[in-house]
Design a protein around this ligand. Structure first.
Ligand code: C5P
Ligand code: ZN
Length: 480
């Protein structure tokens, strides 16, 4: 058994006894991203199975205000999923009369007392490769072994939380995520195949999939429909079916997929793109979903879209296979895409505006109200992959209700040179009246309004230390 898992299960058993014995309405509070939505869906099914009465809320963040509202219902039991560990002190303050179960994978702040059952992967000694929905799933499975059928939700949550990465040459889900994936596979709920990592495997005509591909980015083809059509012609791949309809990636034979992948890799090598071969990888399929919702990566994006567009409940509904929600989710996804497109165009047209983009060791994008706090991360990811800016750490700032939302991204190459965005953002945001975290290559934070310049100054200091302390040969190609 993976070290630490036992510690988590021990906590989960305590929580199981509490849930089994309660007869009053259980309050569930979850986070609004894909991981939180999957966690909420897991709790929905698990509590239903136990015949419990419950209420689920999905929130952007667990503020004192929300905790006060929860406490008004005087619940006997409250369950927090994909959040809660960072707000232990507030939970103690507002929910001292309730028993609280926290299923989370975020950094804990504060010490739980005897009224809090804290199921947290970090506390158990598992630093990565498990999501909030993974922890929630382990709890649900402890509650009732039948809940093994919820394993795909833990996987979608992990993918939504960008947990696909590499250990050596293994590019995909690892650690506990891989164990959970095995459970989903054994029950015929999921399938893993090697394939082209392009969006719209089942839903987009081939040339559209190429045109819209941002990760992997295809230089000269991403963003241009005519170039995408020509590219397919030159690769000798027919974009149409015999009946005249458009083919999708899933219609291609494995040989055709390989041929297409080879051509994309060649294009990326020609343009000195980093990791040119990262176009072929694990594709995770959800076998119980309608065809165009089968790609777990796309499914996770849809959940993120639902959360960010204020319709998290629709995300929970599709997680629960409520078919009537699918048409609505497609509309939400379109709206979300339009917003991301608008934000990206605004930034592209302002790249030379010194009030918007400031460059040093890092690149700082001041979006204010021009890009919503919900999509600044998407826009920063897109420009990070697109090559329109030099290869430097990118920090995007957008106004938010709580202050200033920051989203930061770096390339693999910069990660190898010792930059860790999680460390930088959590340290600086704490100093600037906020909170931050995430991963080495992708992190986010909230800081107090008006502290942006101070953040930039402190970040420049840190980056200069990391990048300039290196031996000169490691600095080849770095432009100050
Ligand atoms: O919002 P964004 O996509 O930029 O977040 C990247 C990562 O940073 C995510 O894993 C998210 O959970 C984390 N994050 C955080 N604290 C914040 C904002 C984001 O830990 N205030
Ligand atoms: Zn999460």
């Amino acid at each position: 058994m993976i070290e630490g898992l036992e510690r988590m299960i021990k906590e989960a058993i305590k929580a199981k006894d509490i849930i089994k014995n309660t007869t009053s309405r259980i309050m569930v509070v979850s986070h609004y991203d894909a991981d939180g939505i999957c966690s909420a869906a897991i709790m929905y099914k698990a509590l239903r199975r136990e015949g419990k009465d419950f209420h689920i809320s999905i929130v952007k963040q667990l503020s004192e205000n929300i905790l006060e509202n929860v406490s008004k219902a005087k619940p006997e039991v409250v369950i927090f999923t994909d959040l809660g560990s960072g707000q232990i002190n507030f939970i103690k303050k507002h929910l001292s009369c309730s028993i609280t179960v926290i299923c989370d994978h975020h950094e804990p702040q504060g010490e739980p007392d005897e009224s809090i059952i804290h199921i947290n992967s970090l506390v158990a000694g598992i630093p990565e490769h498990i999501s909030g929905s993974g922890v929630t799933y382990l709890f649900a499975r402890t509650l009732n072994p039948e809940n093994v059928d919820l394993s795909p939700l833990a996987i979608i949550g992990a993918i939504g939380d960008s947990q696909i990465d590499s250990i050596g040459i293994d590019w995909g889900l690892n650690g506990i995520n891989k164990e959970i994936l095995k459970e989903a596979g054994e029950r015929g709920l999921m399938k893993v195949e090697k394939g082209l990592r392009l969006w719209g495997r089942y839903s987009r005509p081939l040339h559209k999939a190429l045109e819209y591909s941002i990760d992997p980015y295809i230089p000269g083809i991403s963003g241009s429909e005519s170039a995408a059509v020509q590219f397919l012609q030159e690769a000798g791949i027919d974009p149409k079916k015999p009946d005249g309809g458009w083919r999708t990636i899933s219609d291609l034979t494995i040989e055709e997929q390989r041929k297409l992948a080879d051509e994309i890799i060649k294009e990326r090598i020609r343009n000195n793109h980093e990791n040119p071969e990262y176009v072929f990888g694990d594709v995770y399929e959800l076998l119980d979903k309608p065809e165009e919702f089968r790609d777990a990566n796309e499914f996770a994006t849809m959940l993120n879209a639902c959360g960010k567009m204020g319709k998290a409940y629709l995300g929970v509904m599709i997680c629960l296979n409520m078919k009537n929600a699918y048409p609505e989710v497609k509309k939400v996804l379109e709206m979300y895409r339009r917003e991301v497109g608008k934000g990206t165009s605004w930034l592209i047209s302002n790249l030379k505006n010194p009030d918007v983009v400031k460059k040093g060791h890092g690149i700082y994008i001041f979006a204010g109200d021009n890009i919503s706090e919900h999509i600044i991360s998407n826009v920063v990811s897109i420009v990070n992959h697109s090559g329109v800016l030099p290869d430097k750490p990118i920090f995007g700032f957008a106004n938010s209700e709580e202050g200033i939302k920051i989203s930061a991204r770096i390339s693999e190459k910069l990660g190898e040179r010792g930059i860790n965005l999680k460390e930088i953002l959590s340290e600086l945001s704490e100093k600037l009246g906020g909170q931050g975290g995430g991963h080495m290559h992708a992190a986010g934070a909230v800081i107090a309004k008006g502290k942006e310049m101070e953040f930039m100054r402190m970040s420049e200091e840190k980056l200069s230390k990391i990048l300039c302390d290196q031996k000169p040969e490691n600095l080849a190609g770095f432009v100050h």
